[in-house]
Design a protein around this ligand. Structure first.
Ligand code: NAP
Length: 530
């Protein structure tokens, strides 16, 4: 298809880009996806580290836009592992014949709005150009790996890996001395597996994280049959929850419950496993005292799981549970009972340097064959700002976002006509189940483009006032929760120099859907269509 004929160019072939393409095609639009990788899958294409798996149950971490698809696809485990999730993305791409409109191995370097033509012109790493009326960024929230610039990083003579950029062929650590820096979700998942394989694993921990057990298991066919008998009902229930996950969230307050009953409830949720733990009480994320009761329960579990009391104490977080993303583990704490695992606490004195032979911390050099950087991502804004995005009058997105990201509904920005971000900053995104949240965004974007076509509009752009109002609302909502209180990637604290702004919208999925629907029903209130 000639580039000039495109209605939309979509950047990224993860779950967001795939569905966006399918949806636009279904409405008769001509779209093309540009993808940096050689295959589909986004997060699940890049994050192939050992143990990578989803922390939302697979029956919910899946598309719902096509009933046949959700009936035919068979998840094998409660929490799907990366190969299965990647298989699912590939299945979707094949089933809906999406590949013919996806250009792989194509990294977008620049995207500029051509005001005279009313089109976006994208430039790729090889210098090619693609133009389209609409530009839709499906670049992901956690897709720009963060590699801290440790002194001597380049001097390391062994092999370096980043969990978010793992070699396709996999890595065999058998017989190797390995270091891992970081103890977030990626490390929590990979440490037990690397520990079981490597000769020795040294873990460098700056901040301990709370993890609750996954209790992962093969899916019970009877359970799956029950869900598939009425999948739409489960999906509808999920849309009524803050996180877009069909959980039973309690409407009780921890502080209005007796300590004995509280312990019983935490125990029940602990035995069930997963993120559901934080749904135990409605005040856990808004009241520090309530939060402390859950935190202390988990610390107690860590002390039970880790044999050496000193190591248990180092692994036991002291901060607010759920402030940083809660981890879901499979044998994480038990890994520290192994004789071949050493924990180095770098909370008081940072990693000093990477040397040719290993990692230097607390004045000692730890010699290793390989270093795994499980150091996370430049979340939510990183992937977008890596592209030189220019709106009206050459306005650079980097300049617009100098003090932090600003967008209307997390989906569009003043000064950037016809540019949409799927699950962008200011939308619930990472605080919700990504699949339904992606579908909601994609549907809303597709319908807004259809609305424009039907009324012969060429441009859509939010007003500055609408954007300002939404940004203020996102900030107010964040300020009301405990999530605002720690140095998390939600706030951009993990990236030196990044503005400290709580990026996702914490008001909950139902409220957000309602707002988006109201905006559309009122003829795209807050947007200027011309
Ligand atoms: P992360 O949560 O940001 O963790 C990064 C880790 O690296 C933290 O322990 C951090 O310590 C440490 N670190 C960063 N810079 C460091 C430095 N200079 N020196 C020492 N330590 C340093 O990243 P992630 O584990 O990749 O997870 C990111 C997000 O991806 C998760 O929160 C989750 O939303 C998602 N994820 C989900 C799954 C899943 O579905 N199961 C799996 C993996 C990831 P500090 O805490 O002190 O900054």
């Amino acid at each position: 298809m000639a580039a000039r004929d495109l209605d939309a160019v979509i950047v990224g072939a993860g779950f967001a880009g795939l569905y966006m393409l399918h949806r636009l095609r279904g409405m008769g639009f001509r779209a093309r996806v540009l993808e940096a990788g050689s295959g589909v899958g986004g997060t699940w294409y890049w994050n192939r580290y050992p143990g990578a798996r989803c922390d939302v149950e697979s029956v919910q971490y899946s598309y719902q836009f096509d009933e046949v698809l959700q009936q035919e696809w068979q998840w094998t485990e409660r929490y799907a592992a990366q190969p299965e999730l990647l298989g699912y993305a590939n299945h979707v791409a094949d089933r809906f014949d999406l590949r013919r409109d996806i250009q792989f191995n194509t990294r977008v370097k620049r995207a500029a709005f051509d005001e005279a033509q009313g089109r976006w012109v994208l430039e790729t790493a090889d210098g090619a150009r693609v133009a389209a009326t609409h530009c839709i960024m499906a670049t992901g929230c956690l897709s720009s790996p963060n590699l801290p610039q440790f002194e001597g990083l380049e001097s390391f003579a062994g092999t370096r890996y980043h969990t978010g950029y793992w070699p396709k062929e996999g890595v065999d650590f058998t017989g190797k001395q390995v270091a891992i820096i970081g103890t977030g979700s990626s490390a929590v998942q990979s440490i037990p597996i690397i520990a079981a394989q490597a000769k020795h694993l040294t873990v460098f921990q700056r901040t301990p994280n709370y993890a609750v057990p996954a209790h992962n298991a093969p899916l019970d066919p009877e359970y799956v049959r029950t869900i598939k008998a009425d999948y739409p009902a489960l999906r509808a229930r999920a849309k009524q929850t803050m996180t877009g996950i069909d959980f039973d969230y309690s409407d009780q307050a921890a502080l209005e419950t007796s300590p004995e009953a509280r312990t019983r409830e935490y125990e029940r949720r602990w035995r069930h496993g997963g993120l559901w733990f934080l749904g135990a009480y409605k005040d856990l994320m808004v009241d520090q005292e309530a939060n402390d009761t859950a935190a202390e329960f988990v610390r107690g579990k860590i002390r039970e799981r880790v044999r050496d009391p000193e190591i248990a104490e180092l692994l036991a977080p002291k901060n607010t549970i759920g402030c940083k993303r809660l981890c879901v583990d499979i044998g994480y704490y038990e890994a520290f009972n192994r004789l071949n695992v050493t924990l180095i606490d770098v909370s008081q004195s940072p990693v000093e340097a990477i040397t040719p032979r290993g990692v230097k911390a607390k004045g000692r050099e730890h010699e290793v064959d390989a270093i795994v950087f499980a150091t996370g991502f430049d979340a939510m804004t990183g992937a977008l700002l890596k592209i030189d995005i220019r709106g009206r009058g050459g306005l650079a997105l980097g300049d617009k976002w100098r003090e932090g990201p600003r967008a209307y509904l997390g989906v569009a920005m003043a000064g950037f006509p016809n540019l949409f971000t799927i699950t962008g900053p200011g939308s619930p995104s990472v605080l919700t189940n990504m699949l339904p949240t992606i579908e909601q965004h994609v549907d809303w974007i597709a319908e807004s483009i259809a609305h424009m076509r039907a009324r012969k509009f060429g441009r859509i752009e939010p007003s500055l006032a609408a954007e300002d109002g939404w940004v203020a609302h996102v900030g107010e909502a964040a300020g009301r929760t405990l999530r605002y209180t720690c140095g998390s990637w939600y706030l951009g604290v993990n990236i030196p120099g990044k503005p400290r702004v709580f990026m996702p919208y914490i008001g909950g999925f139902p409220k957000y859907i309602q707002k988006c629907n109201e905006v559309a029903a009122a003829g795209y209130e807050g947007f200027v269509l011309s």
